[in-house]
Design a protein around this ligand. Structure first.
Ligand code: HEC
Ligand code: HEC
Length: 639
């Protein structure tokens, strides 16, 4: 009995611990203080780097890393936790800068040949394959070389010989933790990113025998292949009442794949590709064309036992009816390749959401926005009654005086006019369901918003931001009212408003525009409204020159994850200013429109700045800032 109790007790305790870790971790005041000290200490690192004391700077950064790691350990945070991510990011960025200046990456670049099988595959397999296997997160599979070559939803993953242009490098080095891979985990270390970069630089070669072998299987003794009984697949004629891809595949993916994919599919039955579906599971084929009675899948859907899907999951009547007709019609496949994961054939979550939002009327959209806005306010400053104000384009929500909110709404209406004029927009509201403008009278409100709504610590140098999600489901900007006088580090409120509003406009179509462009366009438009005499705007040139000092070559200017968020304003502002000066505003607007409609940077630059390339644009821009190209900068660093 005693023994039984002990066992029972330990089960109880371990389940308690499980519950405990599900609650977001909280750090103590002491740890928060320490974290702040680490961040403040990073300022000294800048100074060391400036004084070319690279060894000391490196040591200081290693110490900072150790302290962060200790906090993570003590507070039982997940690596990459939102609490520490901003500081981690700063450290990473400074390490990169340091490496470049001290020339240490140079040595690594001439590294010996990288082996895919021996070095890259184990890395991808341990850090990426859990999400990029047949679940194909981002429609990307990284579980075999053959799959990797196909790329993901954004296209090619690898630009042979050119790591800087390779999507995979952009995503593993992204400064923004929301973008950075591996998702929700700590970033790859320098050695790992250098390994990937060198492998791409050396031609991204496959040094094995069979590109389709799973990365996890390299080096394992060859296992007996599954008996590969030929699978009969009948092509649809187009006259069937039920279309597999449209009518059935989406729910096979969302309902069944949870248990019927991965390395150990339940019942030995995989629902990953059409071929898998027809191959069946442990009991053999589960679908018999034209024969409901002999189709085990139908039997189990109809109640089993075991009933599929088990437990709480439910299927829709419509899907059930379609499944029946589809089997009766002979299990026809209306796709091209039965080996393609179904996931790639069905609409993504975003596409489904877009379709749903697309069906909403303008009034429904406005009602949704109103509800969101008041919910968000309640979460942030629940005890404070907001002041609200509504105009045809905006909801203003804030805790500033009524007169101030009116004044701000006047500026916003004025800038809406400027956006309509500049981008030739129709008179209808610029944002579906209007744009919410949160105005906080002090730092407290602003940073509470960042923490409770966006789950991140606000960078002290950031006093405004914009957020527009897919389909404009959410569309808001948040600003801290800083009064009407700018200084060299902080903008005044009107400028901040224009900057963020422009950002929210550029994010409106859901295309991911580069951050420099968003900030640069916003500040350029603000210059027209507030005048170039503004202290904040006047400080941009110097700040840009500082930020650009770490560039090794012009091509790096447009690399993702190159600069800290706070560097984006000065770089964007000076770069946009340069582009407008060179080619005139109409051409610049054309360039923006090209990006908005989905062109890549190279094509967009080429279409407006003929015959320029991003590289030549970068070179000319850097010269205008007084930064000649890379080699000169590097020399300076080596002296
Ligand atoms: C915890 C799950 C997870 C892990 C681990 C993970 N990813 Fe991802 N990855 C995702 C999700 C989800 C997406 C799609 C959303 C997005 O693009 O951010 C994605 C998207 C991507 C994309 C963009 C694909 C495209 O075509 O747009 C790349 C590239 C990528 N991941 C690379 C990697 C690499 C390399 C690793 C390992 C170092 C990795 N991922 C680890 C979940 C993960
Ligand atoms: C929550 C997990 C779960 C989900 C979701 C689920 N299944 Fe299953 N499925 C199982 C398990 C477990 C078995 C093995 C049961 C057994 O053998 O007793 C199984 C077995 C099967 C089998 C039998 C395979 C064979 O060869 O014996 C079929 C067919 C099947 N599932 C179809 C489906 C379909 C279709 C869906 C989606 C509508 C689905 N399942 C969703 C867990 C799941």
């Amino acid at each position: 009995m005693q023994r039984l109790l002990a066992i029972f007790g330990s089960v109880l305790i371990s389940s308690l611990i499980l519950v405990g870790t599900a609650i977001p971790a909280v750090i103590t005041a002491e740890q928060r203080k320490e974290l702040n000290q680490v961040r403040d200490g990073l300022g000294d690192v800048d100074k060391l780097i400036k004084d070319k004391k690279y060894d000391e700077a490196g040591k200081a950064l290693d110490e900072a890393t150790a302290k962060i790691e200790k906090i993570v350990k003590d507070a039982e945070l997940k690596p990459g936790d939102k609490m520490i991510a901003p500081v981690q990011l700063l450290i990473d960025k400074k390490k990169q800068t340091l490496q470049k200046l001290a020339g240490t990456t140079k040595g690594k670049e001439d590294a010996a040949d990288v082996s895919f099988i021996k070095q890259v595959a184990p890395l991808l397999n341990s850090k990426c394959a859990s999400c990029h296997d047949d679940n194909a997160a981002g429609r990307l599979r990284l579980d075999s070389f053959a799959e990797m070559k196909k790329g993901g939803k954004s296209g090619q993953l690898l630009q042979i010989g050119n790591p800087q242009r390779s999507l995979i490098m952009a995503r593993v080095t992204a400064a923004n933790p929301a973008q950075r891979m591996p998702k929700d985990a700590s970033a790859l270390n320098n050695e790992e990113t250098a390994l990937l970069a060198n492998w791409i630089k050396q031609g991204a070669k496959f040094d094995g025998e069979d590109e389709t072998i799973k990365l996890a299987d390299f080096g394992k003794p060859a296992t007996k292949a599954r008996p590969n009984t030929p699978i009969k697949i009948s092509k649809a004629t187009g006259n069937e009442k039920v279309k597999f891809i449209k009518d059935l595949a989406p729910d096979f993916v969302t309902i069944c794949q949870r248990c019927h994919s991965g390395n150990n599919p339940r019942g030995g039955f995989r629902v990953v590709t059409f071929e898998d579906l027809m191959r069946g599971g442990d009991s053999g084929a589960v679908l018999v064309a034209g024969d409901l009675e002999r189709s085990r899948l139908w039997e189990l859907i109809n109640g089993g036992p075991p009933k599929m899907p088990p437990g709480q999951a439910r299927i829709y009547r419509g899907w059930y009816n379609n499944l029946k007709i589809w089997i009766e019609e002979g299990c026809k496949y209306d796709g091209d390749d039965p080996k393609v994961p179904l996931q790639r054939l069905v609409p993504t979550e975003d596409e489904l959401k877009l379709a749903k939002l697309g069906r909403m009327t303008a009034d429904e959209f406005v009602a949704m926005r109103k509800e969101q806005t008041s919910e968000q306010w309640k979460k942030v400053l629940g005890k404070e009654e907001p002041r609200a104000l509504e105009t045809s384009d905006f909801y203003f929500y804030g805790n500033v005086e009524e007169g101030r909110l009116k004044q701000i709404s006047g500026w916003a209406d004025e800038h809406a006019k400027a956006l309509r004029g500049g981008f030739k927009l129709p008179d209808s509201p610029i944002w579906r369901g209007k744009l919410t403008v949160f105005v906080f009278k002090d730092r407290f409100g602003y940073s509470e918003f960042s923490q409770t709504i966006e789950n991140r610590e606000a960078d002290p140098a950031v006093v405004g931001h914009s957020e527009v999600t897919v389909g404009q489901e959410e569309a808001y900007i948040v600003i801290q009212d800083l009064g009407d006088t700018a200084n060299s580090t902080l903008p005044d409120t009107r400028l901040n408003l224009i900057d963020q509003m422009t950002g929210a406009y550029l994010k409106r179509d859901g295309k991911k525009l580069p951050e420099w462009l968003i900030r640069g366009t916003g500040l350029a438009m603000a210059t027209k409204a507030v005048g170039g005499d503004n202290e904040y705007l006047k400080s941009m040139r110097g700040a840009a020159a500082d930020a650009l000092r770490s560039l090794e070559s012009p091509a790096e200017l447009f690399g993702e994850g190159k600069f800290a968020p706070t560097d984006m304003a000065p770089i964007g502002y000076t770069l946009v200013g340069f582009m407008v000066k060179e080619q005139g505003q109409p051409n610049f607007m054309k360039f923006v429109a090209a990006l908005q409609s989905g062109s890549n940077l190279r094509d967009a630059v080429g279409s407006v700045y003929k015959p320029a390339t991003p590289q030549s644009l970068a070179t000319a821009y850097l010269a205008s800032i007084g930064q000649s190209t890379g080699p000169a900068v590097k020399k300076k660093g080596k002296k």
